[in-house]
Design a protein around this ligand. Structure first.
Ligand SMILES: Nc1nc2c(ncn2[C@@H]2O[C@H](COP(=O)(O)OP(=O)(O)OP(=O)(O)O)[C@@H](O)[C@H]2O)c(=O)[nH]1
Ligand SMILES: [Zn+2]
Length: 293
């Protein structure tokens, strides 16, 4: 029996890195179910024919929800969420709010990397600054091109398994290339070991980092549907609203036009950023829509 963790998972097969550094191609049994990237597993077998016997219980699971509301697990056992932004394309505060909700609902420590610092000393737009402050999200300025700030980022990544997210064009691939020097060789090794032909970048993949920790790249999480989250999980990504909501007259107050709402006055007094309340409302609407499906 060998122990290891899944670095990439295909339909009924996955690649496992063992504690001794071997890369094994494993099939899954129907009984154990599908293993996903980050799963901790026990496997057994001989000469290239390995099978996963046990998938250890997951601490948390990243799921993709399709347009019909069906869930598919993509990755497991994550510690941190690295939200990558840049001056260009300009940050989408609403999307960052969603990432922060994802982090809070999964119990992940959020980090925000402002990439392309070589182009301009980009200040975070105000709603983003506020969101980061409220969610205790550390903000780092980096450049994948010049390597600026990557030493500090590396320290935050060490010892943690970090999922990388961000809108298209902010430099996620460039950052992975800068942080994982053997990425190309690894990708090739994965293609060969998997026997799946070219390893496409559509699969969720785990990369070990030279100075410790691991990066998880999951293109599948680009469309982030969060309609399946509970109200409490949504609130966990809007701490300042959740705190204020304790003083609302109704427990299920949606901070719209209900009497006795404590959140709207707080927005009017400048205690809560109006964009944050908009972000919260957007997710509540999505939740109602998902429930009505
Ligand atoms: N000046 C500068 N350009 C960068 C930096 N990082 C990435 N870029 C450029 O930004 C563009 C997008 O980078 P990618 O790494 O492909 O971005 P991505 O987030 O992976 O994009 P998707 O694959 O579409 O999600 C490329 O033209 C990069 O060369 C940086 O630190 N500085
Ligand atoms: Zn209210």
């Amino acid at each position: 029996m060998k122990q290891g963790h899944v670095i990439v998972s295909f339909r009924s097969e996955c690649l496992v890195t063992t504690s001794t550094g071997e890369m094994l191609r494993c099939t899954t049994r129907r009984r154990t179910g599908r293993a996903v990237c980050g799963d901790s597993v026990d496997c057994s077998g001989l000469a290239g024919q390995h099978v996963i016997d046990t998938i250890h219980p997951r601490r948390n699971t990243l799921v993709r929800t399709d347009y019909r509301g069906r869930h598919k697990p993509l990755a497991a056992n994550l510690d941190q969420l690295l939200i990558v932004c840049a001056g260009e394309p300009s940050p989408d505060a609403r999307l960052v709010d969603r990432y922060l909700v994802l982090a809070a609902s999964m119990g992940l420590r959020p980090l925000l990397a402002m990439n392309k610092s070589d182009l301009d000393a980009t200040r975070l737009p105000e709603p983003l600054q506020e969101a980061s402050r409220q969610q205790h999200c550390q903000v780092l300025h980096v450049s994948a091109s010049t390597g600026d700030g990557l030493d500090i980022l590396t320290r935050y990544l060490a010892g943690n398994r970090t999922l990388l997210v961000g809108q298209s064009g902010v430099g996620k691939s460039s950052l992975i290339n800068a942080l994982v020097p053997d990425r190309q060789a690894r990708t090739q090794a994965i293609s060969e070991a998997s026997g799946q032909g070219r390893h496409t970048t559509t699969e969720t993949t785990l990369y070990p980092l030279p100075s410790g920790g691991e990066l998880v790249d999951s293109p599948g999480v680009r469309i982030l549907r969060l309609g399946h989250l509970s109200r409490q999980e949504i609130e966990s990504g809007f701490s300042e609203i959740a705190r204020q909501a304790e003083d609302c007259e109704f427990r299920d107050c949606e901070h719209d036009d209900e009497p006795g709402c404590a959140v709207r006055p707080a927005v009017e007094q400048g205690l809560i950023h109006p964009e944050r309340l908009k972000g919260f409302h957007e997710l509540l609407r999505e939740r109602h829509q998902a429930a009505g499906q």
